[in-house]
Design a protein. Structure first.
Length: 426
């Protein structure tokens, strides 16, 4: 374990909820704002749909990799400097995308954009965990996620309007301008929250840190529960543009309108997570979310299997899945990063990397399997929904065994004092 370095004084100034929402919004906004323009890349650069879809897949892969970097770096150097550097990189990547003369340059810009934008995602969670305990962190992450989902909620609509008015490059100009505004805002509104810093462990030490986290069944279960839940959304992101533009012949503006339903459901779910997680408990909220997501996917399967090929038949059930993910993901993330609070930044990075890495894999597989039907996308979402329940079962069982082992090791008089509340918690 890395040696702890004591800071002079604990952080006394908490960053406002507004700045945490703002920095966390950049990556999701950039991911979603470009969706209405994906179809036009085929004509603009003379490529195929699979290559154009790399603007989504590579963004997710870079986001996964970036979170593995930002987490440990922030554990060593602090949240604030790493976060501000990430925002600056996001601005540079957005400018490169806006000026891209080829599809290759565009993909490179998307990678830089993702590497920088993901800093807000991973460090927003880590900052919350710096300031609150597990149950309170779940509520705060719910509020932060509810807030920053407003930006990507409107992103496809903004992207559709910008595409039809100024062309696809206008979407990246918007990203660059927003990133610059957030960078200036963060320079004055972000305060350091890390009380104890750890030395960078090197490649071997970093591997041991990752290994200790991934070797914990509780951490792995909670992390996978959140990642599998989000993979349902990423499968939909990969398939929805194809279905809307190729199968239903709808416009980018219409895509943005229907996408609003999903984002609204996600925002409501995060609001409910923020409101009730501390009262109900993280495990119950994760279970409720996983069951609702399964119900939403089954509804989509029934509607589509009945021959209803209409945007509402897909976006309607998906809004229920999005609401369920809003309940599940903040609680799964809070539970995962609470397994080892000393490595909250690293744990947050691993959680985010699993989420985005699995999302990239799902988008790739969905794109390869899509044909003249939406059924492959729905079946992938169904598998993910079932596995989400299984992953939570793994985590919950590991946590129960851990609590039981701790009680058995405690002195007899402590066991008597703790037995009743412990049973109530279980």
């Amino acid at each position: 374990m890395a040696d702890m370095i004591d800071t002079a004084e604990p952080a006394v100034r908490r960053p406002s909820l507004a700045i945490l929402i703002t920095v966390s919004a950049l990556g999701p906004f950039a991911l979603n704002v470009f969706l209405p323009s994906m179809g036009s890349m085929i004509e603009v650069f003379g490529t195929d749909y699979g290559t154009a879809q790399l603007t989504l897949t590579l963004f997710l892969l870079a986001t996964a990799f970036g979170q593995l970097l930002h987490g440990p770096l922030s554990d060593r150097y602090g949240r604030r400097p790493v976060l501000l550097s990430g925002i600056a990189l996001f601005v540079a990547g957005s400018v490169l995308c806006a000026l891209a003369p080829t599809i290759g340059t565009l993909l490179a810009g998307r990678v830089l954009q993702a590497l920088g934008g993901c800093a807000g995602i991973v460090l927003g969670r880590a900052i919350v965990r710096d300031l609150y305990d597990r149950e309170q962190a779940a509520s705060m992450i719910g509020y932060v996620t509810m807030g920053f989902v407003v930006a990507p909620m409107f992103a496809p609509s903004v992207g559709g309007l910008m595409h039809e008015t100024y062309g696809w490059r206008g979407t990246f100009v918007i990203c660059a301008v927003l990133g610059l505004i957030v960078l200036v805002y963060g320079r004055f509104a972000l305060f350091e929250t890390l009380r104890q810093r750890v030395d960078l462990p090197g490649v071997r030490g970093l591997g041991r840190s990752y290994g200790s986290l991934l070797g914990s069944p509780a951490f792995l279960g909670y992390a996978l529960s959140g990642a599998l839940a989000s993979s349902m959304f990423f499968a939909f992101l990969a398939g929805a543009p194809y279905i809307m533009f190729q199968l239903l012949d709808r416009s980018p503006t219409e895509f943005g309108f229907y996408f609003f339903l999903n984002a609204l459901g996600y925002m409501i779910g995060n609001f409910l997570a923020g409101r009730f997680s501390a009262r109900i408990g993280t495990d119950r909220m994760i279970l409720i979310g996983a069951l609702l997501a399964l119900a939403g996917v089954l509804l989509a399967l029934v509607l589509y299997g009945s021959g209803l090929l209409h945007p509402f038949a897909l976006f309607g059930p998906m809004s229920l899945v999005a609401l369920a993910n809003g309940l599940n993901m903040p609680n799964a993330m809070a539970a995962a990063v609470s397994i080892n609070p000393a490595l909250a930044g690293t744990a947050s990075g691993v959680v985010g990397a699993l989420q985005m890495g699995l999302g990239a894999l799902v988008t790739l597989v969905t794109g390869l399997l899509l044909d003249e039907s939406a059924m492959p996308m729905i079946l992938i979402m169904l598998v993910a929904a079932v596995l989400t329940l299984a992953a939570h079962g793994l985590a919950y069982g590991a946590q129960k065994r851990s609590r039981a082992a701790q009680r058995e090791r405690a002195p007899a008089h402590v066991q008597r004092l703790e037995r009743e509340p412990a049973l109530q918690e279980d």
